[in-house]
Design a protein around this ligand. Structure first.
Ligand SMILES: *[C@@H]1O[C@H](CO)[C@@H](O)[C@H](O)[C@H]1NC(C)=O
Ligand SMILES: *[C@@H]1O[C@H](CO)[C@@H](O)[C@H](O)[C@H]1NC(C)=O
Length: 679
């Protein structure tokens, strides 16, 4: 009876919310969010050898005026700030020649009337202004003209409202497409590095080919040569960059029992990455310009909207997998090192292990990451566009300024308004979790008798902590990537910086992965056949529908418009949403490792995922760059529909994985072979 009632009440709730109707008459009383003059025409028509054409990207904020319908509509619609854009914030792309022509007929008095002032008090805009500090001359020169021009346009269209504005940057015929002096040290550094990598790979491959030729062994097949490591250290070092060899390493079957049992994780990683790319491509679309903002806004009021908002749970998958792999490694290493069972290890031995784990992980992660960081800061000839610098150059500048926060893996706490590689927050939180988990594992190993209590306490603390923090700091119970927050690129968003990306909120999920590995280890030590337990099978399969329903639990909170969520229950939900998901996922993973899952497991173990899984890290670090490259060149607002969206997503997915393949062959795998030599 009870489940049925639950389902019915869910149905009622879902249906109730579908009823939200936007008053479209009112909607179109508002000024459009985006108004761009033709960028190429402006620069080509008015730019000649003796005259430079100028095109400015201007941020504007509509000023209150209760007597106008436009302002009332803006207030009414922007009130739903979890679902809608903030319609006060407008983007203008103004062709200076055109503006001058439009204002030419007006006298000085009328132009004075059109001035509403410079926008100085918008913190999010100011972050951009500070990054584009080199534009201050253009700002001083064009602020007044552009303000009069855009207010004239608002007046022409009878909105009755005026807007304050500020020039973010201007492109001229001379500068469009390139951003500064071509070859500064950063660029040169990148080119030198690329040349060096290509050179090493060629040399290494040639040496490898030569070795293969010299070995006249008819019994040995072509590829066996590439699969057998050479004997001497020097040859090994010479061959680390060999392309053929690295290709085979990418394809290599996992070795060992654990590797085989956990190979399904590659599939999980790939699908989770697909969803991450899905979400992030949408975000970059929001960051550029959309011709039909009303459609995504209305969609967010439906169950699909809840699903999209809850989709942020996907990152939990990576935390769990990461914690699991760390612990599996740790257990293997400690077993291998343990001679006598009862011997206690010295502090120095633990310290050495701790340092070694961290250093190896750091090098493995940071070398490809550093390459992408370097690439993100490179200036190159580009196709420009009114939004290019807003979307693409912002990150270039942020990377040149704040790359060190990424290298230290503190970018989820420091300089969070000028993020370089925004997705890097995950790596930072993961690194912090890694170090703490390792510490806990070491303590658990040293004081083996108390390990259960220790793990229990740590888990308890980090399950409770998100609730306490949410309560104390009054966070919203779920992470909320609203359209406006995405459009502002998460700048100045407390919910993102403090609630979503911080270590303390995510460690619970990571630790679930650690415990999953310990449970898995115990099960395989005792050779316990989880698969033969009928009740566990049923439980395991029921996790799938429960997981889907779990995504919808955010529905009443997200779609409840007029009442605040009670603070206490909100805090409880904040911790339960992510941690239960992590906990369920851990059980799911342990089950699958114990060969539960029938056809799902077979599918997840397909060999294709072996390669895709290994390329996932690379795809993760480049995908936003790829998405930005495509979307930053838009000239006009694009239509946001399912087709367009999937076209972009498909492109970003393919291009990211292909770039990741190159990154793996030329950077990641050589580094990991070098590390193997050091072991
Ligand atoms: C929609 O908005 C228009 C203009 O503001 C108003 O005249 C009309 O009554 C509204 N319709 C509804 C159903 O609220
Ligand atoms: C508000 O709008 C009305 C009509 O367009 C205009 O006459 C009035 O001056 C505006 N008020 C302010 C404070 O801008």
């Amino acid at each position: 009876m009870c489940p049925l009632r639950l389902i019915v009440s869910w149905g009622v709730l879902l249906a109730a919310v579908q009823c939200f109707e936007m008053n479209m008459t009112q909607y179109f009383e508002m000024p459009q969010l985006y108004d761009f003059d033709d960028y190429d025409r402006c620069l080509q028509e008015f730019g000649s050898s003796d005259d430079t054409a100028t095109y400015c990207f201007v941020r504007a904020e509509v000023q209150p005026n209760d007597t106008t319908a436009a302002w009332r509509a803006i207030q009414e619609i922007s009130k739903y700030d979890r679902h809608h854009f903030d319609h006060r914030q407008l983007y203008f792309g103004l062709c200076v020649h055109k503006c001058e022509a439009q204002l030419a007929e007006l006298d000085a008095d009328a132009i004075q009337q059109l001035q509403a002032g410079v926008l100085t008090d918008n913190a999010k805009v100011n972050v951009y202004l500070e990054l584009f500090a080199m534009e201050s001359a253009n700002r001083a020169r064009y602020n007044e003209l552009s303000n009069a021009c855009l207010n004239w346009r608002l007046q022409q269209r009878n909105f009755g409202v005026q807007a304050k504005s500020v020039v973010e940057y201007c492109d001229t015929t001379a500068t469009a497409g390139k951003v500064s002096e071509e070859d500064d040290p950063w660029n040169l550094g990148f080119y030198v590095l690329v040349c060096a990598l290509i050179l090493f790979s060629c040399l290494s491959s040639l040496v490898d080919l030569h070795l293969k030729r010299r070995r006249h062994d008819k019994m040995l097949k072509e590829r066996d040569h590439y699969k057998t490591p050479p004997r001497s250290l020097v040859t090994r070092l010479l061959l680390t960059f060999s392309i053929a060899r690295n290709w085979y390493r990418l394809n290599q079957e996992p070795n060992g029992k654990i590797g085989r049992e956990l190979r399904f994780l590659d599939c999980f990683k790939f699908f989770a990455m697909f969803l991450v790319i899905f979400a992030h491509t949408n975000w970059v679309i929001y960051e550029s310009a959309i011709s039909n903002p009303q459609d995504p806004e209305r969609m967010l009021h439906t169950a699909v909207g809840t699903l999209l908002i809850s989709g942020s749970l996907i990152t939990v998958t990576f935390f769990v997998i990461s914690g699991l792999l760390l612990t599996v490694n740790w257990l293997a290493v400690t077993r291998a090192l343990a001679g006598d069972k009862n011997e206690t290890w010295s502090l120095a031995k633990y310290a050495a292990l701790f340092v070694k784990f961290n250093v190896f992980r750091y090098i493995r992660l940071t070398v490809p990451y550093g390459f992408v960081l370097l690439l993100s800061g490179v200036y190159f000839e580009n196709a420009g566009g009114p939004l290019w610098r807003h979307i693409y150059q912002r990150e270039q500048l942020a990377c040149r300024k704040n790359w060190w926060t990424n290298f230290l893996f503190i970018n989820n706490y420091v300089q969070t308004d000028e993020r370089c590689l925004l997705q890097g927050w995950y790596l930072a939180a993961d690194t912090q979790s890694f170090a703490l988990s390792l510490l806990v594992l070491i303590l658990g190993h040293r004081f083996g008798r108390w390990s259960k209590q220790l793990y229990g306490i740590v888990l308890g603390i980090f399950m409770l902590l998100p609730a306490v923090l949410t309560y104390v700091f009054d966070y919203y119970p779920i992470f909320l990537p609203t359209p406006q927050i995405q459009k502002d690129s998460f700048i100045g968003d407390r919910q993102f910086t403090e609630f979503y990306t911080s270590f303390q909120m995510n460690f619970g999920a990571y630790f679930c992965g650690v415990l999953a590995a310990i449970a898995y280890d115990q099960l395989s030590l005792k050779q316990y056949k989880l698969r033969e337990l009928r009740s566990f099978q049923v439980f395991w399969f029921s996790l799938i529908p429960v997981g889907v329903l779990w995504l919808f639990t955010a529905h009443p909170i997200y779609q409840h418009y007029y009442t605040e969520t009670p603070r206490f229950w909100g805090a409880i939900y904040a911790t339960v949403q992510r941690n239960f998901w992590a906990f369920g996922l851990s059980i799911f993973v342990v089950g699958m490792a114990a060969k539960v899952g029938w056809i799902l497991r077979k599918f997840a173990c397909l060999p294709i995922f072996r390669i895709l899984g290994r390329l996932t890290y690379g795809a993760f670090i480049v995908h936003l760059l790829v998405a930005r490259l495509a979307l930053a060149t838009v000239r006009e607002p694009i239509y946001f529909g399912t087709g367009t969206m999937f076209a972009y997503i498909f492109y970003v997915l393919c291009a990211s994985y292909l770039s990741s393949l190159l990154l793996a062959i030329f950077v990641e795998l050589p580094v990991s072979s070098c590390l193997k030599l050091l072991r």
